[in-house]
Design a protein around this ligand. Structure first.
Ligand code: SF4
Length: 582
């Protein structure tokens, strides 16, 4: 097979159109059955007959993809979901005594690969009608290093535990107290220790249905690692966690790793990925069409290769341009016009008190906001907008704010209706870069987390405002999408001469997007102290001191990287008081 055809028959309901597509196919016109209409009225493409002329994807761009496969993919896939559906080629290989990560965009088969390893999905080697088996996978890898690993999984000598990607779905299938759930899976007898480290002790008596996203994530991780397994498979373990919790989780996972143990991690927070994993695979291909797993590399190399967009060994370019971190746009002087300033602002909200000494925001600034959940970030911006009244202090003037909340509500409205203004006013500035076009005819409640996030960002930016507040815009987005929205928001603020405040827990995203930083310190739920805006160096120094970590720049990619605790660099930077380099 030299090409793959993927058809989404859910999006191709019009029988007239299907017949027209069939009629227009040049292979069909020659009397062969390249495109047929199946028993369930679904359109079927014979990949062996298709010449890749490109006519049918043009007639139904949302529903049909015809992609030429790279030369080396001569073998059948490891798994294919069905005829004209997604195919996964090759597998990641966990390594004992090491933490292995998988890097790649959404929809490229990462979850498929790890579900196969966790034995939740039987690999069918492209024979979806016959069904799959793990034995077939072992045969396929005969003579390869991975063969032994898969054999041990098959024989039960390697026990696998799995933390699913979408922890928010757990309460739909599980009920009862957190403690009851964890007791059931505590085969290691470590429930007391792990719940303490993961800071979920105080919610043990709560019902699983009543805990927050961040708590649910940590409960799901605890449930996975409490099992007596020697391969922990963790799919996106940092979603909903703030930076402190991410770093703590990283230390915890590293701490429970041993020579008899292996972990496989899928993660989009590149700084945590770098910190946590020893080796990494890169996954490439075409979203929702096919995915390929690269050979394993030490994490630093893998990240630099990933950022370069080119896999030398495989001779595959998977991104047009490399990602460069030195491309940071320098501040255009301090002569920018001031948008708003404040002095000695105070506010009491029940038992929570918020205070902000002195600061100002200039037009065109993109300011990253760092701080734990529940520390008053949203309340402060509401005060700036005049939506929430301050108890004391001065604000130069109230500004018009457009706000994208952290938790997104999905109604049954059509995307095209919700984004009417954005479509009219910003087709090139917002709609195209966020790739909204294919979503226009969907309802909000039909969108995936990442799609809903892109729509919410577009909606927030399309409103007329002086100050844009985006709360966790990176959630559910993959690395590529995070970099695209960073550039988009910076360009947007500059062109509109507006300002943006970005609350996020992905340090790389904050480093990439921000001109300046604000840091919220204090105690969540009790006291929030607003500090800054600072320069990036001053803000990061303040924040990293609280976290107890130091960041250096990678020599090649210039990406910030966490120094190994107590390493020479870590000690040197701490001694010099330079915990971060801009
Ligand atoms: Fe037919 Fe293939 Fe051309 Fe589509 S791309 S019209 S299936 S030959």
């Amino acid at each position: 097979m030299t090409r793959i055809a993927v058809v989404d028959n859910q999006k191709l309901k019009d029988m007239q159109l299907k017949k027209h597509i069939q009629h227009m196919c040049p292979v069909n016109r020659m009397g062969k059955e390249c495109i047929t209409i199946g028993e369930n009225d679904g359109l079927i493409i014979d990949e062996n007959l298709c010449t890749g002329c490109g006519i049918c994807p043009k007639l139904a761009p949302d529903a049909i993809r015809i992609i030429n496969l790279p030369e080396e993919l001569k073998q059948e896939p490891i798994h294919r979901y069905g005829q004209n559906l997604f195919a996964l080629y090759s597998m990641p290989t966990p390594m004992f005594g090491s933490i292995v990560g998988i890097l790649g965009v959404n929809g490229i088969g990462k979850s498929t690969a790890i579900k196969i390893l966790a034995r939740m999905l039987k690999p069918n080697l492209g024979n979806w009608e016959k069904g799959g088996s793990f034995e077939a996978l072992i045969k396929r890898f005969r003579g390869n290093e991975a063969q032994g690993f898969f054999e041990k999984i098959e024989k039960g000598q390697i026990k696998v535990s799995y933390k699913p990607q979408h922890v928010e779905l757990i309460p739909k299938s599980t009920s009862g107290k957190v403690s009851e759930l964890l007791k059931k899976v505590d085969e290691k007898g470590k429930m007391g220790d792990y719940t303490k480290i993961l800071e979920i002790e105080r919610i043990l008596d709560n019902d699983i249905k009543n805990i927050s996203g961040g708590e649910l994530q940590r409960v799901a991780i605890a449930a996975a690692v409490l099992k007596d397994a020697n391969l922990n498979v963790l799919d996106e373990p940092t979603t909903f966690l703030d930076i402190k919790q991410r770093v703590r989780l990283g230390k915890f996972i590293k701490g429970i790793s041993s020579e008899e143990n292996s972990s496989l991690i899928v993660e989009h927070d590149l700084i945590i990925f770098d910190y946590l994993t020893d080796y990494a695979h890169i996954m490439y291909g075409k979203e929702d069409t096919y995915g390929v797993v690269s050979g394993v590399k030490p994490t630093r190399n893998a990240i630099n290769v990933y950022l370069s967009g080119y896999l030398k060994e495989e001779n595959v370019r998977f991104r047009d341009k490399p990602v460069k971190f030195e491309a940071r746009v320098p501040l255009k002087g301090e002569n920018k016009q001031e948008l708003i300033s404040w002095k000695s602002v105070g506010k009491k909200l029940g038992n929570f008190s918020l205070s902000a000494k002195e600061g100002s925001i200039k037009r065109g600034d993109v300011i990253g906001i760092l701080g734990e959940n529940g520390i008053g970030k949203t309340s402060f911006v509401k005060i700036l907008a005049g939506v929430l009244e301050k108890d004391s202090g001065e604000i130069s003037e109230n500004v018009k704010v457009s706000y994208k909340p952290q938790y997104l509500e999905a109604s049954d409205e059509l995307v095209a209706a919700v984004l009417k203004d954005a479509l009219d006013k910003y087709p090139n500035q917002i709609i195209n870069p966020l790739n909204i076009e294919p979503l226009l005819l969907k309802k909000l409640n039909e969108l995936s987390g990442g799609e809903l996030q892109r729509v919410a960002i577009a909606l927030c930016l399309s409103k007329d405002a002086d100050l844009y507040l985006l709360d966790e815009p990176s959630a559910y987005l993959d690395i590529e999408q995070r970099l695209i929205i960073s550039r988009l928001i910076r360009d947007f603020a500059e062109n509109k001469n507006a300002s943006a405040l970005i609350v996020d827990h992905d340090l790389l995203f904050i480093d990439y997007i921000s001109h300046k930083l604000m840091v919220f310190t204090g105690q969540p739920g009790k006291e929030g102290i607003v500090r800054g805006p600072f320069t990036m160096e001053d803000g990061m120094n303040l924040f990293l001191r609280e976290l107890g970590i130091t960041l250096r720049r990678d020599e090649l990619s210039k990406m910030p990287r966490v120094n190994k605790e107590d390493s020479f660099k870590d000690r040197e930077q701490k001694e010099n008081g330079k915990l971060y380099y801009s």
